[in-house]
Write a new protein. Structure first.
Length: 183
């Protein structure tokens, strides 16, 4: 039995979970999300708890038991509170601007990098620090994917630490060529 799969998901007030026709829909104050269920997985809503169980003991059902429970828990958290990732731009002249549905990044290239913001995600520059971007949305997977795409335009390099990194990320620094030569 899956340790994660057998835990029930608590439904906070203001969130509704509906199970119909092999799919689960979760709606709350921030929006609505849904997933399609595997035929060997059953989801029941009892009061303010959602339970996920297997109807068959196939390998695929055992693999997806905990995954389905985690996806439902992420949807409940997303429509209730939302998700956010913070990115930090480190480098001389590095800056970001949001123009409509486009994020314009100046990252030391000869041209600005334009990234079209996908639906369901909003990108906000920080008011206090212009070099911090906040990626916010209700879908955990989409927020993480957008943050990873933005980071991939200029990943942090190990010598000077320049690039785009997550705010809580630690970059292991390397010693430069000149320091190695003298040692």
């Amino acid at each position: 039995m899956s340790r994660i799969g057998k835990k029930s998901v608590a439904i906070p007030s203001g969130v509704t979970v509906t199970v119909a026709g092999g799919s689960v829909k979760v709606s709350g104050s921030k929006g609505e999300l849904g997933i399609t269920l595997l035929s060997d997985i059953a989801v029941t809503v009892e009061g303010d708890q959602v339970t996920v169980r297997r109807t068959a003991e196939t390998t695929r059902a055992r693999e997806c038991h905990g995954l389905t429970r985690a996806l439902i828990a992420n949807m409940v958290h997303g429509v209730h509170e939302g998700y956010e990732k913070k990115l930090e731009l480190i480098g001389v002249g590095y800056k970001a601007q949001v123009k409509g549905k486009t994020l314009v990044l100046n990252l030391g290239f000869s041209h600005p990098v334009e990234y079209s913001i996908p639906q369901g995600v909003e990108i906000l520059p920080d008011e206090k620090n212009k070099n911090i971007l906040t990626v916010r949305g209700i879908d955990k997977e989409r927020v993480g994917h957008v943050a990873a795409q933005i980071r991939s335009f200029r990943p942090p390099e190990p010598y000077k630490g320049k690039g785009i990194r997550y705010v809580d990320e630690y970059i292991r620094r390397k010693v430069g060529k000149a320091a190695v030569k003298t040692a």
